[in-house]
Design a protein around this ligand. Sequence first.
Ligand code: NDP
Length: 399
Amino acid sequence: MGKALIIGAGGVASVVVHKCCQNPDVFEEICIASRTLEKCDALKNKLEGSNTKITTAQVDADHTDEVIDLINSFKPDIVINVALPYQDLTIMDACLATGVHYVDTANYEPPDTAKFEYKWQWAYKEKFEKAGLTALLGSGFDPGVTGVFTAYAQKHYFDEIHTIDIVDANAGDHGYHFATNFNPEINIREVTANGRYFENGEWVETPPLAVKKVYDLPEIGPKDIYLMYHEELESLAVNINGVKRIRFWMTFSEKYLTHLKVLENVGMTSIEPIEFEGKEIIPLQFLKAVLPDPASLGPRTKGKTNIGCIIQGMKDGKPRTYYVYNVCDHQECYAEVGSQAISYTTGVPAMIGAMLVMKGIWKKPGVFNVEEFDPDPFMEELNKNGLPWQESFSPTLLD
Ligand code: NDP
């Protein structure tokens, strides 16, 4: 069917590459391009013998010109951006300049402020409309599948959605004292930010990880969950008509939080540059350099993740509750694609989003979040591509 340019060669990119190669009818050819060429080549070597033709390239996606040159030489139908959120805008600019569709998994962040907002990318709407191109934002798990789950609930089970609680649980154990499951810099910026949720048309702010509950998750058991801000809250608040409250919860172990507190107290999580031995460094980037590479956690991580949406609302004049979730096993993911479940649950939906745009099923001019499209084909592909979902109509609520 076509060609995809995959930018990034980290944990998530590795899964995207494996999954594209499992769908060679759609992804006839892919190019893996990233800052470090050796990582692209290493990934290519892992997939030797695949029916998808693979090439690699070096690119610094902070520079639009470099991405434009690469697109012009490879001529993809779509760019799958699984580099870092800092590169979203430069890559979107390159897609506009060359007439290519765009998919990512995380919203743009300016490198010097931890801000999770869609405003920069939503500002590209008119440009993509005029160019007749699709930009699909946040097609990972959360954001991503959580938006598709909500759209599915809205389409099939509710006349009105009143509350959404997104619960992201990771019961995986990698055996390290402290490690993050995806890019440490992005992860720690997210976790140390203030909590925020949407209620009655307003945003309510809480200190970082100040609101805690215990929730008993299917196949995982009771876990401490903490209220956090997460970027899909912003788009769901806009796209789900009449929603009264949306919250996001994530599990953290005592051990993780104790280490994080200490690192924070000593200044290691700061993004303010400091002078060190005559050189300017950013403490959080230094910390990233000493922490385990998330891509190395795969062989060590045991246990499961469970991510889903608990939704309350009305159907035919009666109150209804609904819970839709996916359970993913770290070791099964590793056996299949050589990555742990966090990368897996992000990489599979990134591939599915790109597939639906390439097939023309999710193709329309403009900039969109996943919940703005028909959820059914995406839900079907989740079942086919390793992320089967389950549903319940009598979940325990988080009120
Ligand atoms: P990694 O740090 O493992 O990989 C990032 C990759 O991007 C690396 O290969 C890195 O290259 C490359 N890269 C960084 N800067 C540039 C640049 N300027 N030009 C070209 N390549 C660059 O991150 P992950 O794979 O864990 O995460 C990838 C993305 O997925 C992130 O945006 C993250 O926020 C998002 N994510 C989304 C989730 C969701 O559910 N929606 C969940 C988890 C992650 P190098 O190796 O040289 O550093």
